[in-house]
Design a protein around this ligand. Sequence first.
Ligand code: GTP
Ligand code: MG
Length: 171
Amino acid sequence: GLKKKEVNVLCLGLDNSGKTTIINQLKPTNAQAQDIVPTIGFSIEKFKTSSLSFTVFDMSGQGRYRNLWEHYYKEGQAIIFVIDSSDKLRMVVAKEELDTLLNHPDIKHRRIPILFFANKMDLREALSSVKVSQLLCLENIKDKPWHICASNAVQGEGLQEGVDWLQDQIR
Ligand code: GTP
Ligand code: MG
């Protein structure tokens, strides 16, 4: 048919990791925001790929809003989890939030695909995606398909590879 399949995606990760910048880059040029501000609560965004129409719940990563994430887990059919690869100090906080997510009853027993972006790869102090993957212990995720891409959301680099992978998981 002509109608694309609709998919709900949750975009999660700490504040300042680049979630909104990534989602903005995936939208058509004429729908992109010019300046990006920290998300308050969450924002609902849309973008399309060749076969899918994504509705994104772009959640705020600020500590005071992270308790909102779980209310959307049931509706999510895929997860984009964004990490600031240059934020070594908070890598342990990112891991804690990821572990809490993976152990949540609405996520734990579901084969929901998770796309990780090791974002801000352009920064000199950024860790490689392999290193980020090790620090987050991603190899321990056995019951869900997952994939990690290094990205530079400001330039839009690495995003297409990730979204192509996600699209393949859903069809
Ligand atoms: P919250 O909404 O607060 O949870 O943050 P967020 O994860 O949505 O981050 P946001 O997209 O607002 O980006 C935070 C800052 O990081 C902005 O100044 C972005 O321009 C910058 N940024 C995002 N991605 C990159 C990147 O790949 N490289 C660099 N150098 N800066 C980036
Ligand atoms: Mg945001």
